[in-house]
Write a protein that binds this ligand. Structure first.
Ligand SMILES: [Zn+2]
Ligand SMILES: [Zn+2]
Length: 161
């Protein structure tokens, strides 16, 4: 049993609303603008399994790396600055570039170890620690476009081509 973590996007102000499945929750409150978002959990959600969206009740999801691009960019900037600082204080090659390469390697390593996050195509709600992550496919452009632009409902059926 996993403890699923859910991030809703507030329909009023766009802030993230973090909640965990609880049996009798019917709404989630935005901490920023106090907007209430309707929500409903079933037993699967309580077990950490995602079949239907607790926010929009659709069944179409995709998974992707839960990678914070800011960390990657931050490491890169930090690396570039250290090269510059080494240059100024006179610590030259190869130390300056070793630091830079080390940080680049760390960046790549981080990418491989970041967990997956699941997102609802329809309402963009995010789910972390999903127990049935293996059942969920990667992002499908055609599904996304049909769900978002023509309000198509795939009912959990993956489009394969
Ligand atoms: Zn809000
Ligand atoms: Zn949804």
């Amino acid at each position: 049993m996993t403890n699923m973590e859910i991030t809703l996007t507030c329909s009023e102000c766009g802030s993230g609303i973090h909640i965990k499945p609880t049996k009798d929750a019917t709404e989630a409150k935005c901490q920023v603008c106090e907007n209430l978002m309707p929500i409903s959990f079933n037993d699967e959600h309580l077990e950490g399994r995602l079949k239907t969206c607790p926010s929009c009740s659709r069944m179409d999801f995709y998974k992707q790396k839960d990678f914070n691009r800011k960390i990657g960019v931050g490491l890169f900037v930090f690396g570039a600055i250290s090269v510059l600082v080494f240059e100024i204080i006179g610590v030259g090659f190869p130390w300056n570039y070793s630091v830079f390469l080390g940080l680049a390697a760390l960046d790549i390593l981080l990418y491989f170890f970041v967990p997956m996050v699941v997102a609802c195509y329809k309402c963009n709600t995010l789910f972390r620690n999903v127990a049935n992550i293996e059942d969920i496919h990667g992002f499908n452009h055609e599904m996304h476009d049909r769900i978002v632009y023509s309000d198509h409902d795939f009912k959990g059926e993956q489009l394969d081509h």
